[in-house]
Design a protein around this ligand. Structure first.
Ligand SMILES: Cc1cc2nc3c(=O)[nH]c(=O)nc-3n(C[C@H](O)[C@H](O)[C@H](O)COP(=O)(O)O)c2cc1C
Length: 315
């Protein structure tokens, strides 16, 4: 058991959220993380609203612990999506890629906690003033869509300036990272990459194997110059995209190149032409384990790191 503002807010045992992962985090992974004492999150990007409703129901059958749903705010079905989420009354919603404030009232009046993903101090304060229950700050070490600041800079800049719980994400792949975030004043962490390497994760075996093989400098960011930065493993797709990006290709061509690549990498297992989204803390991602083993190991490592840190204090 650990006690932080996040464990209290969500009534969970450990301050660990499994970040939404498009095409990957569904009922099996989400419920496994919640059953292990953290909180799982269902990703909705690219999915039909009916799929989301079914996955929420399946997750409820697999766990009676709290779990969340992630909404991409630019989703063209956003209103129907919110309707389903409110009807099903999931514990919390994380949301990014757009202005979250207009959606707060509807979700909060259904008893759902709202947790936007925030890229800077200004927005952190604005969502706090408008009633956000917590925020996720996600550094550019993370897998998937990223901003421009690192996790360390975000924690340094934002945590002292808000009162609501702050969840740190990006490059946290072991318990030392969890401990570091807690010492920085975060109320918990959100991790994606670490949960890709679990038996419950539905990502293709080839994606998992390529992550096991990859080390520190093997990820790459596409789309940075256009404000659509995405981190994934360097492969044929990223090379092609970057060549086009550097040679000044119009956005339409880049969008066409990227369309369907997340699904191709994660579900079809085409790790050359598809996108293999993963964060930078790759050297500790060596083994596929069950979610409960991962969570228990993370907590043991966190405790060791926190105890070790206190030993540094001498009179
Ligand atoms: C394969 C993959 C897919 C992701 N998809 C989403 C998504 O759909 N929505 C979202 O808000 N974040 C998404 N993320 C970000 C994660 O939720 C999380 O914040 C991130 O993985 C944290 O960094 P880490 O990978 O270093 O642990 C994705 C990350 C990965 C690795």
């Amino acid at each position: 058991m650990m006690k932080t503002k996040l464990t209290e807010l969500l009534a969970i045992k450990y301050p660990i959220i499994q970040g939404a992962m498009a095409w990957v985090s569904e009922s099996v992974l989400t419920s496994a993380v919640s059953n292990a004492g953290g909180a799982g999150v269902i990703a909705t990007g690219g999915r039909e609203v009916s799929w989301v409703g079914e996955e929420i129901k399946k997750t409820k059958e697999l766990t009676n612990r709290p779990f969340g749903v992630n909404m991409m705010l630019k989703d063209k079905h956003i209103d129907e999506l919110i309707e389903v989420i409110c009807e099903e009354k999931v514990a919390f919603v994380t949301m990014g890629a757009g202005n979250p404030i207009p959606y707060f009232d509807r979700l909060k009046s259904a008893g759902i906690k709202v947790i936007p993903v925030i890229p800077n101090v200004k927005l952190a304060k604005r969502v706090e003033e408008n009633g956000a229950d917590a925020i996720v700050i996600e550094g550019m070490e993370a897998g998937g869509h990223i901003g421009v600041l690192t996790t360390m800079a975000l924690m340094t800049n934002i945590i002292p300036r808000v009162k609501i719980p702050v969840i740190a994400a990006g490059g946290i792949s072991d318990g030392r990272g969890v401990a570091a975030a807690l010492v920085m004043g975060a109320a918990g962490v959100q991790m994606g990459s670490r949960f890709l390497l679990t038996t419950e994760c539905q990502a293709h075996q080839k994606m998992k194997d390529s992550i096991i093989k990859a080390t520190d400098t093997d990820s790459e960011v596409t789309g940075f110059s256009r404000g659509h930065a995405v981190r994934g493993l360097r492969n044929k797709f990223t090379q092609e995209y970057l060549e086009q990006e550097r040679s000044g290709a119009v956005q339409e061509i880049l969008d066409k190149l990227a369309t369907g690549t997340n699904r191709l990498g994660a579900l079809v297992g085409d790790i050359e032409n598809g996108s293999v989204q993963v964060g930078q803390s790759l050297n500790v991602l060596n083994e596929i384990k069950s979610v409960s083993e991962v969570v228990e190991e993370l907590i043991e490592q966190t405790k060791t790191a926190l105890n070790t840190a206190s030993v540094l204090l001498v009179e």
